[in-house]
Design a protein around this ligand. Sequence first.
Ligand code: ACO
Length: 455
Amino acid sequence: MKRVPSASTALGYAHTANQINLGKKMTKDAFRLISPGGTETDLPVLSGTVGPDVIDVGKLYKEQGVFTYDPGYVSTGSCESDITYIDGEQGILMYRGYPVEQLAEHSSFLEVSYLLLHGELPTADQLRSFDKTIRTHTMLNEGMLNFFKGFRYDAHPMAMLSAVVGSMSAYYHKEMDASNPEHRDIFAHRILAKLPTIAAAAYKLNTGQPFMYPQNDLNYCENLLHMLFAVPAEPYEIDPIAAEALDLLFILHADHEQNCSTSTVRMAGSSGANPYSAIAAGISALWGPAHGGANEAVLNMLEEIGDASQIHRFVAKAKDKNDPFRLMGFGHRVYKNFDPRATIIRDMAHKVLEKLGRSDTPMFDLARELEHVALNDDYFIEKKLYPNVDFYSGIIYRALEIPTSMFTVMFAIGRSVGWTAHWREMISDPTARISRPRQLYTGPTQRDYVPIAKR
Ligand code: ACO
């Protein structure tokens, strides 16, 4: 980096603005920024309903000629949102104000989806009607199924999911007017209803089995299990424990405020792009091992560790600055105490394995031993690295006989409603603008073109 920040820039706290109500957010104070030249700018401090205040730096460039700099957005709020709240210090996660623990215990994925999309828990009639709507959107246009014939038999299902969801923008372009609330609803219903069908089609391609059409008399997770595991040649009995476990996992994955994939959906959608393409972009972002791809990486890592006797070797590798290896499923940008989803999933893994008669799963024992070693290690304690949502989810998926390559696809099905809710929130905000960050340029200054013969 070629520029050194000026040491004389002072950031002081000033009490200039009275409380001004700006819709849901409030300004109470202002940060006074004084440049080295003495120009003063009062930056409004905005308060939400709960959580840290934010400094609105929107006028900084205009008044002071500088940008803020925060790679990775560690201290940056990118938008106002009333969907999901996280307190990383306390390990709190709430959807529309409801703690995730309560929703996990009492609710269902479809009820949570309604809550995320509409802001309130549904009445019994509203839930029935929502459920019926989702069930009637489960089929794919037959033409869409042809895409799967073009993929190689071993194509990664996340790549297929992203591509086929992206293709929905081709099927539903003319009838998708983002300014029309009814179109926004239909978009949400299609995403929620069709993702399991697309996911199952990808899995069937990988296994060489025929595609199974959805059966709309089954509930959301039963239908997914049917499309994944049934074959036309024989009856398939859905295990209610498996359906229940999936439902709970989807609740826990449903939303997580401005994470990488959700921010991607918002950013892609902010240009006015077709929202199905924005969801496809979110799926691609989720696939990375630092994000939703970690659940697949955790199982691969546990397989590589193989045996409890190797744990210390791998923990030492994770701590070694010269080794790129990280303990997958550990650490989180926001949670610095514990990830409440991981706690629920660990308990659930235990129960599910027991109910399925697989409580002797060595993989679960290995994961618990690894967690124990890491949580008692100074490196992990100092850096506040705890198991995240992905650490134990793979153990459950494995017990449900879902292959490792499908783990992140399952995450995407659950998260699809969060992405959709955020896109709807962004697009309905009359003050929303295209997302367009700036940069600190460190490339060459102006120079003249040199003809090829003289280089
Ligand atoms: N193993 C070993 N060391 C780690 C780990 C880990 N899993 N995670 C973080 N660290 C260390 C880093 O090396 C860094 O050390 P340093 O300060 O000495 O440089 C420090 O902890 C901070 O890590 P960052 O990468 O700066 O933290 P950031 O907030 O940017 O990244 C992330 C968070 C990506 C989740 C990271 O912890 C990680 O890579 N974890 C493993 C992958 C994973 O499980 N991802 C799933 C996240 S949950 C989700 O998205 C659904």
